[in-house]
Design a protein. Structure first.
Length: 347
């Protein structure tokens, strides 16, 4: 078995039994999961130097197997937490419940999101559908359209709502990006449908599935735990969406593609994404912090993504989850990040 596949498997699945035990029984299992997802991952990244060499990549079939396992784990956790946090198990309104909510939301926002992001770029239809349904369950189905059709096309330009601007706070960015990506994805899908002779009310319109699918998963939560279950589901989805938006904010902050005389923009390359080549958080997030290589090769499997050579792409001063926490404090964010962004823009 390739070393990287085993490492990805251990890193992503380690907190799963503790989350399940925490949902059923509460207690110490909850805190082990939260400690691993937050302090342990961040601490290991700070003490182990950033990687400059890659290990042996896993085979495609093995990478896909872990992705499908993570899809199953996502839905298991989602509906188990709806049952538990609504009061059937470890209720939300307790110290254990709040810790369990935080740990689960972080798992969904950092692992489930990274995995779904991986899958919606795959050419195999079953894998794309699996990723799509993860996003639908997080009430964020439109990302399946907006991310590949808008973000990957217009990243680093004013036409991409998910590119954060220099000195723009995360809170201003998230208001603009959420609604902007929904509208831009809808426009891109309607343009695509028009090319095949369909209209916006055609049954093939993806947004009908995104909205209808969201209704279906919320109905399942209602059946499991009534209106409290629906509220827990919405809160978990909102927390996970926040993690996704923080990732977008951090990974493109202040980076712009030059505009040519004819109005077009220069091609996307490694200079237009921030990277964080830290060891454990890269495994935990399926190499999502190797963002430049992903934009250069969107269909490339996560186990094969590479770290750009020094000087070819901008590097974050800390691991991606740490930078996402800093982004929640705009003054601190500008103090930490602006010198790096300004130096890179000048260079």
């Amino acid at each position: 078995m390739p070393r990287s596949f085993l490492a990805f498997t251990l890193a992503t699945l380690f907190p799963l039994p503790f989350l399940v035990a925490g949902a059923l029984f509460g207690g110490w299992a909850v805190w082990i999961a939260l400690f691993y997802i937050t302090l342990f991952v961040a601490g290991v990244d700070e003490f182990i130097p950033a990687l400059t060499r890659d290990g042996e990549p896993a085979e495609t079939e093995e990478a896909d197997l872990l992705s499908l396992i993570l899809v199953g784990a996502h839905f298991l956790l989602l509906f188990l937490m709806v049952w538990s946090l609504s009061g059937r198990g470890t209720g939300l309104l307790s110290f254990d419940g709040l810790a369990l909510f935080a740990a689960t939301g972080l798992f969904m926002g950092q692992v489930s999101n990274s995995n779904a992001h991986e899958l919606i770029h795959r050419s195999a239809r079953p894998l794309r559908r699996a990723g799509k349904w993860v996003y639908i369950s997080l009430l964020f189905g439109h990302h399946t359209s907006a991310h590949p059709l808008v973000h990957h096309t217009h990243v680093g330009t004013p036409n991409d709502p998910n590119t954060s601007r220099m000195n723009e706070s995360f809170y201003r960015f998230v208001r603009r990006a959420w609604l902007g990506s929904f509208k831009a994805g809808l426009k891109a899908e309607e343009k695509r449908l028009a090319q095949i002779g369909a209209d916006r009310w055609d049954i093939r319109h993806p947004y009908l599935l995104y909205i209808g699918g969201a209704g279906i998963v919320l109905l399942v939560s209602f059946i499991i735990a009534g209106w409290r279950g629906v509220i827990v589901h919405v809160l978990l989805a909102a927390f996970a969406q926040t993690q996704l938006m923080l990732s977008d904010y951090v990974q493109h902050y202040g980076l712009e593609r030059a505009q040519r005389d004819d109005g077009s923009f220069e091609p996307v390359d490694a200079r237009h994404s921030w990277n964080a080549p830290h060891w454990l958080s890269s495994l935990w997030m399926l190499n999502a912090p190797r963002h430049s290589d992903h934009h250069a090769h969107p269909s490339k499997h996560y186990t094969a993504l590479e770290i750009p050579a020094r000087g070819e792409a901008p590097m974050l001063p800390h691991a991606l989850p740490v930078m996402a926490c800093i982004a929640l404090w705009p003054k601190l964010w500008r103090k930490v990040m602006n010198p790096h962004a300004e130096a890179w823009r000048s260079a």
